[in-house]
Each structure stands twice: as structure tokens, then as C-alpha cells.
Design a protein around this ligand. Structure first.
Ligand code: GLY
Ligand code: MN
Ligand code: MN
Length: 448
């Protein structure tokens, strides 16, 4: 039993201090303004559970809404990390819970200086005044953005006499997201933990799924396991999709009854207390065994996934991983008569997109669709040890998208089959590690 959510090694102040030091070193003399997430309204005066902005979390480990971090490389040591936070206020804490306040921001979170968030409007311009640039992500933080622009405008107004103004507003993301893209060994431990809990939930789900249950009753088993294991909950809306619902890529209603003879696609992963995520998809027959068509497509997706996972290694690219899976899928679809033509031409024309319409994976970390570039200009980013990506090919046979001209009409017996197999894969020194390997996926293991 936990007495509170576990505070792991990664939540220690030194981890965040080290990240800030690396970010500060890269900022040059531009000052960064990084806002926390606000609380989001669910309806009326009820809010969603709080979810911190991952950039802010990565740099601070501070888990309250409506805060702002300043990283000020142009200031002397001991004044470079400033936090604006909600002030301690007993009447607010009675309703919303504990706040660290400005003292906690300094003592627990290592801020050099801390102020109540209400003071941001009058203090921001002063903190930014000697910066040679302002690193701020425009378009994402509607409350903070006008303050940043006002501070910058004031500098520009004064520049003829002060001789000083930030030369430009720059995006902090390339620097910060390059850091986040490469996971440290400690971050990999947390991703392994998220993968473990997520994989266990998939194994439990397969044991309980049977005809007659509602999709959301299986969802309940999965999410109960996440919570029991100390995770915050699901990393994204759990997809528990029986039969044709699996062909809706973002199906989260989970309201249908599971039917004998259908497949069940489950795409679910947990988010840990420090926001590291799992993201796993498994597909299996509900209460029995695969039909011939289901098995043919399952084997094909599994072969595509195996080839794509095997390709993950330093020096390869996420684009290459996608191409690897795609080639196996298209080749198999031609053999099954679901596509007609030369594999190269079908890929070139995109003639497979009514059956496979998404990419084969994404970076994974503090965000499920994690930050970091996939390409820089014409150059596809090469995989390096410490990068983590999902590998998730699928096939979705339904009438939703028109069959491209020249391609075979789809026989009814194939329709309503949606399959995806998704694992979380870390690039290692000489290859890769499948973090989610404990979630079974061999066809025989999927059948009862
Ligand atoms: N669960 C979201 C995704 O697989 O990308
Ligand atoms: Mn995914
Ligand atoms: Mn997924």
C-alpha cells in the first residue's frame, strides 16, 4: 500500500537543476519564459484533473497550475531561475489543496527567487530587460503571451536611449525539445515502469474480455490497474474498440457490447506520477480464435511490426521505420488480393491509404506524442541511443474511405477488421530495447 504517490528519484530537485543548467547553457543570452499549464474547465465550474505542461515540468518538477518559470542566463549565478507561483492562501487551499507558495518554490524547487504569480505583470519586463533575446513559445499560452509582448515592446520603446533591447523573440522549443528527445538512463527507468504497468493492464484486459461485456468494462479493468499501481491514470483516452469500432482510429466512446467473433483492439497506456507514459496497442479475438481473414491480417500486421522494430537502431530514422512497416504491409496486401499492382508504385501513389492511413510511430516521453523533430529540412533525424519511439503499424478494413480507382473492391468478409500492434521501443547503443515486451502479441497467445 502507498501512503501517497511514490516520489521517485527522478522527482528529486537535483534532476531538474541539472536540466535547467543544460538549458541555460544552450540559451546563450536569451531569457526563457516557460509557463505552467492552467486548470482546464470540464464544465460549468468543474475542472479536469490538473495536467502540467511537460516543458515546464521538465525544467521545474513543479506540479501546480498558473505558474511561470524564468530562465535568465544574462543574470548572475544565483538569480537565473525565477518562479512565479500561486501564493499560499489558506482559504484557497481549503478548496483546492496544498500549495508550495513562494517559500516552497525556493526551498523545495530550487528557485533563486520566487514571487506570487499576481506580480508577474509588474515584474516581468524588469527580469527580461538585459536579455538579448526572449525565448517564448507564442500561440500556446494566451494569459502569459500579452505580458511577454508588452515587456518586449517596452524594451523596444526604450532602446534608443537605453541602448538595450532583446533583438528578437525566439522559439525555445528546438533547444528544449532536443534535450527532451534524448532520454537519460533515469528517464528510461521511468519509461520502463510506465511500460510495465501498461503491459500488465493489457494482459489483464485480455483475460477478462469476453462476449457480452461492454467495451468500457474492459476499460475499467485497465484503468483500475493503472491507479492501483500508483500511476496518475491513463496517458490518453483509452481506446477499447470491438469489431468495426477498431477502424475508428481515435475511438474512445467504449460504449459497445463485445461480440463473439469480433476482434478487440485496445490502445491504452498509463501516465506515471512524473508524467512518463506508456502507449501500447494489442488486438485479439473476443472469447475465441481468429477467423481466417482476421488471422491473415493479424499475421501481416505482426510481420510488419516485427520488421519495423528490428530496424530500430542508431543511425536509422523514424521515417525508415515507417517505410519498413509499410513495405511489408503493402506486399502482404497484394498477396491477399486487397491491393493490386507493383509494390513500389502502390507506395508511391499512396494507393494503400484506405487500409493504412497513419504513420508507424512517434516519439514517446513526457508527452505521449513526444516533442522533438522527425526531420530538419530535407534531413531525417537519425536515431540515437536514448531516443524512444512507438512502433505501431495497423490495418483497418471498412467502408469509411473510398477504394482508390484501379484497386480491388473489398469483399464483405474482410470488413470490420481493425488491427494495430504497438510497442514502445528505446534506441540502445547497438540496437533497441522493446520496453513493452511483456505484453504478449504472438498470434497463439492472443487466442483462448
Ligand atoms: N495512443 C495514441 C497513439 O498510439 O498514438
Ligand atoms: Mn502511439
Ligand atoms: Mn497508442
Amino acid at each position: 500500500m502507498f501512503t501517497s504517490l511514490p516520489l521517485d528519484a527522478l522527482s528529486q530537485p537535483a534532476v531538474f537543476a541539472e536540466r535547467r543548467a543544460r538549458f541555460l547553457a544552450q540559451l546563450g543570452s536569451a531569457a526563457a519564459v516557460v509557463p505552467a499549464a492552467p486548470l482546464a474547465v470540464h464544465h460549468a465550474d468543474c475542472e479536469w484533473p490538473f495536467r502540467q505542461n511537460s516543458d515546464f515540468w521538465y525544467l521545474t518538477g513543479f506540479d501546480e497550475p498558473d505558474a511561470v518559470a524564468l530562465l535568465l542566463p544574462q543574470r548572475p549565478a544565483g538569480e537565473q531561475f525565477v518562479l512565479f507561483v500561486p501564493a499560499k492562501e489558506p482559504s484557497a487551499e481549503v478548496w483546492q489543496g496544498f500549495r508550495w507558495g513562494t517559500e516552497g518554490a525556493v526551498e523545495r524547487f530550487g528557485a533563486d527567487l520566487a514571487h506570487p504569480i499576481e506580480e508577474l505583470p509588474q515584474r516581468l519586463a524588469d527580469y527580461l530587460k538585459d536579455a538579448e533575446g526572449i525565448a517564448f513559445r507564442v500561440g500556446k499560452h494566451p494569459k502569459v503571451e500579452p505580458l511577454v509582448l508588452q515587456a518586449w515592446a517596452a524594451q523596444l520603446d526604450r532602446a534608443p536611449r537605453s541602448g538595450k533591447a532583446a533583438l528578437g523573440l525566439v522559439a525555445p522549443c528546438p533547444l528544449l525539445h532536443e534535450l527532451r528527445l534524448r532520454k537519460t538512463p533515469e528517464e528510461l527507468l521511468r519509461l520502463r515502469e510506465a511500460a510495465r504497468i501498461s503491459a500488465e493492464a493489457h494482459e489483464l484486459a485480455r483475460q477478462v474480455a469476453r462476449p457480452g461485456l461492454l467495451e468500457r468494462q474492459v476499460q475499467a479493468v485497465i484503468e483500475q490497474h493503472f491507479l492501483e499501481q500508483g500511476a496518475r491514470g491513463p496517458a490518453y483516452g483509452s481506446i477499447v474498440a470491438g469489431g468495426d469500432n477498431a477502424c475508428v482510429l481515435h475511438y474512445t466512446a467504449n460504449t459497445a457490447v463485445l461480440r463473439e467473433g469480433d476482434l478487440l483492439l485496445i490502445d491504452a497506456g498509463c501516465s506515471l506520477s512524473d508524467y512518463y507514459n506508456g502507449d501500447i496497442t494489442r488486438t485479439f479475438p473476443i472469447g475465441g480464435s481468429f477467423s481466417g481473414e482476421q488471422r491473415a491480417l493479424y499475421d501481416l500486421v505482426l510481420a510488419a511490426q516485427a520488421a519495423a522494430v528490428a530496424a530500430v537502431r542508431p543511425g536509422f530514422t523514424a521515417e525508415g521505420v515507417h517505410d519498413t512497416a509499410l513495405r511489408v504491409l503493402v506486399t502482404g496486401l497484394v498477396e491477399l488480393g486487397l491491393l493490386a499492382g507493383e509494390v513500389d508504385a502502390l507506395i508511391e501513389q499512396g494507393a494503400y491509404r484506405h487500409l493504412y492511413m497513419h504513420r508507424t510511430g512517434h516519439w514517446l516521453g513526457l508527452d505521449v506524442h513526444d516533442v522533438g523533430a522527425y526531420r530538419l529540412g530535407e534531413h531525417h533525424v537519425e536515431l540515437e541511443p536514448g531516443m524512444v519511439l512507438t512502433v505501431e503499424p495497423g490495418l483497418y478494413v471498412s467502408d469509411r474511405l473510398a477504394v482508390p480507382e484501379g484497386q480491388p473492391a473489398i469483399a464483405e468478409r474482410w470488413k470490420g477488421i481493425g488491427i494495430r500492434i504497438e510497442d514502445d521501443v528505446a534506441v540502445s547503443e547497438h540496437g533497441h530495447e522493446v520496453l513493452t515486451a511483456s505484453a504478449l502479441k504472438a498470434a497463439a497467445a492472443m487466442e483462448r
